[in-house]
Design a protein around this ligand. Structure first.
Ligand SMILES: [Zn+2]
Length: 149
């Protein structure tokens, strides 16, 4: 799949040590367009609208913040811990900056576990980017969909 100039520039900024130490790509060596297309297909297969996934992740974040750093049980299924670091992170697509936080969700039903931030939510919402395979903050469509089910 073809990559635009903006995608190529964003891809560069996603590499380790530019915006974050680990970057956004994990071990994934596919192009941004290919990563996004494959994940869009995965959302379709899972029968989940990525915007509904965004709403789900935002809701868990908001509920988790009430735990003030301590793990909090949400809906008798998810255990959410939210941590805060000072400062903001710019989006690799350069369209805004996002609070440097970290939300960890453990799903007691499936045993799945995800870690994300306000920037991860924005990347999914605005760019449909779930981060590369092997990335610590990847929002894998199959895993997120199973957690929502
Ligand atoms: Zn952005």
């Amino acid at each position: 799949m073809k990559n635009t100039q903006a995608e190529l520039a964003a891809h560069e900024r996603m590499k380790p040590g530019i915006i974050t130490a680990l970057g956004f790509l994990g071990k994934d060596d596919r192009s941004l367009a290919d990563i996004i297309a494959a994940d869009q297909e995965a959302w379709r297969r899972a029968g989940v609208d990525p915007d509904d996934a965004v709403a789900f992740l935002e809701k868990l974040r908001d509920e988790g913040q009430r735990g003030l750093g301590e793990p909090i049980s949400v809906g008798r299924r998810w255990v959410v811990s939210s941590g805060d670091a000072r400062g903001v992170l710019p989006c690799p697509y350069e369209d805004g900056s996002y609070h440097k936080n970290s939300i960890e969700v453990m799903d007691e039903k499936t045993g799945n576990h995800i870690v994300y931030s306000d920037l991860s939510i924005h990347l999914l919402k605005a760019h449909r980017f779930c981060q590369g395979k092997g990335s610590f903050f990847r929002l894998d469509p199959e895993i997120v969909a199973a957690m929502m089910d």
